[in-house]
Design a protein around this ligand. Sequence first.
Ligand SMILES: [Zn+2]
Length: 346
Amino acid sequence: MLTPSDTFLRALPKAELHVHLDGSLRAGTLLELASERRVPLPAAEPEALARHMVVADAKGLEDYLERFELTLSVMQDSAALERISYELVEDHASESVRYVEIRFCPALSTRGGMDIQEVLDAMLRGMGRASAKFGVRARAIVCALRTTDPRISVEMAELAAANRDRGVAAFDLAGAESGYPVDEHLEAFEIARRAGVPITVHAGEGYGPDSIRQAVELARADRIGHGTRLLEDPDLLSLVRERGIPLEVCVTSNVQTRVAPSYESHPVRRYVDEGVPVALCTDNRMMSGVSLTDEYVALRDHLGFTLDELRDVARAGFAHAFVAGEERATMLAEFDQATTAPGTTR
Ligand SMILES: [Zn+2]
């Protein structure tokens, strides 16, 4: 049963800054798309498939990647990409997410013959239609992958730059960290930076603080994806705080991949207390089996966050969005108005 504070957290205007398109399909949609495209799946019912896709029992990275292979297998034509992008914005709207940045790597959806611009166009169409229908501000983040040829990273950066005015908010480097350092992809970061495309880098999740330092110093990241292991290097933590580089924190994902042994031991409590900028995110709604509201509930239930603190966390999500200053000011004003109006909890 929902408590008044659950209801408050669901209705609280939220921003989602780190959610992967290929990790956030509806189970029913994955089943329908797979059936239409004759792709075999390990379960035939939405509930069973949803359970299978959650990586809570992952033995290692392979278990995790196998699930992404399933979703990617149906993400190879424009109709499927448009549908899942539309639905992802709709799902966010249903839990009061007012701003969302959806990330994916277009190079992973070219097996059916589309080029990367056609892939991105399909995603932007679905995202844009839902954005207009549900009144949610939505942007795309183009991901490159640490594990692929740096020339593909360059193509992804060029794609992000060319679509800067068409709904692409930023450029990201994702994928396995250990053994795949940032410095192989510096040309891509340079292209993004020259075009004025903000940069976020997955770091401090699959590898230690050195990876975060590389993201800050070599990639000159504007935000860090995860940054979970930042606390292992106090000097670096001070640097990140002084430069005001926000961490995109995904608590449930970190517990499932065992970067954090438990919710209770997750460093987000310490980061917030020490003034490190934080945005609370899901990473993957399907593979983590969570909504953004669930992540707020987890901070309340496992890490002692009060509702006032969670309101501040939600506000920070809008403050750290990759948008122009004017749009950020508008979003923050809307947030303040919605959360201080008569009848809202404070
Ligand atoms: Zn991620």
